[in-house]
Design a protein around this ligand. Structure first.
Ligand code: SF4
Ligand code: SF4
Length: 325
């Protein structure tokens, strides 16, 4: 793995000179604004680039007494580089890729966008107050080993995996610097709260019917804001626009909405906030880890920041972990 040190001035200039190529998430900009030029395109969450708020899936038309159906293809995307925090990168690589690029099914339009989106993981050298990544197996310097990685180090920027020299040639990292970096990383990880117990998903699953869910959920008003800003939430709805001619739309949806599970028979298996909040927690902390081996939450804390009534997923999970013993 190529490792180098680049001065902040060179780094900023290289990004400024190729600014059309770069995008940044709002959270990454909050942490790294001093190292980056002004004017980069800022997005709220990485998912909006690869799993857009809405898109057409197919067109249909009734012509000459028969139905004609065409798939809507996304088309080609030019390569882009996205600056994002470790938790946001983990949301893309583990959760979104895990869902849309499965062994037996690949979402073509997702892949069209994803294959040209290169992630530049910006290590968190200041940790946002609302974050809790270590509880779900992450850490402020998490990276997958293949993506570009950047971290301020001794007045310069440490860069990993810049095969295309996006940030210039830089200076190679010597053995002493490498050791200092590794020690710092170990110390940082050791200072973080430990992960949830490994049997937490199983225990949570076994306590689906506990009365405590009512107490944990009453505050939530089911507005859905947390779902839309969550970098890992990927539920969508399919709706048909038009009768004899039209298209099928895929749009973001939220399990927090009362009609999300409403059946055509008018039966609703999740009729109150209790069932909907429980679903949000169970899906992320029990069903996904049991089925796929990873949590559906990366501990970014954005839902804690934006919830209008301060419903707090960390508090909920920690209360549940204590309750389950
Ligand atoms: S947890 Fe908060 S943001 Fe999420 S649906 Fe409930 S009230 Fe809205
Ligand atoms: S902390 Fe909230 S917004 Fe972030 S991944 Fe977990 S559920 Fe989603």
């Amino acid at each position: 793995m190529a490792k180098k040190l680049v001065t902040p001035e060179v780094f900023r200039k290289k990004v400024a000179d190729q600014s059309d190529l770069f995008l940044i998430t709002e959270r990454a900009q909050g942490v790294y604004h001093e190292f980056l030029p002004q004017g980069l395109r800022v997005i709220k969450t990485p998912k909006e680039l690869i799993f857009p708020e809405w898109e057409g899936v197919y067109r249909f038309s009734f012509q000459d007494r028969s139905w004609k159906v065409w798939e809507i293809e996304t088309g080609d995307f030019s390569p882009r580089f996205l600056f994002l925090l470790p938790c946001e990168a983990r949301a893309v690589i583990e959760v979104l890729d895990g869902n849309f690029l499965q062994k037996d099914y690949i979402d073509k339009n997702y892949w069209q966008r994803r294959k040209n989106l290169h992630l530049i993981v910006l290590g968190c050298y200041t940790i946002p107050k609302t974050c809790f990544c270590s509880l779900v197996g992450g850490n402020p310097l998490w990276r997958d080993g293949r993506s570009l990685f950047v971290l301020p180090f001794q007045g310069e920027l440490y860069v990993e995996n810049d095969e295309t020299m996006l940030f210039g040639e830089g200076k190679s990292v010597d053995a002493r610097e490498e050791e200092t970096l590794a020690t710092r990383e170990e110390e940082l990880k050791a200072s973080l709260p430990p992960p949830l117990p490994s049997d937490f998903p199983q225990k949570l699953y076994a306590h689906f019917d506990e009365g405590i869910w009512k107490d944990l959920s009453w505050r939530c008003i089911n507005c859905g804001a947390c779902t839309f800003l969550c970098p890992t939430c990927y539920c969508f709805d399919l709706s048909v626009e038009g009768r004899l001619r039209g298209l099928t739309l895929k749009t973001w949806d939220s399990c927090m909405f009362p009609r999300f599970t409403l059946h055509a028979s008018s039966h609703n298996p999740r009729p109150t906030g209790k069932e909907r909040v429980r679903q949000r927690v169970m899906h992320k902390f029990s069903y996904l880890p049991l089925r796929e081996g990873y949590y559906g939450c990366v501990g970014c804390g954005i839902c804690r920041e934006i919830c209008p009534v301060n419903w707090d997923i960390r508090e909920t999970v920690e209360r549940m972990a204590k309750y389950l013993g």
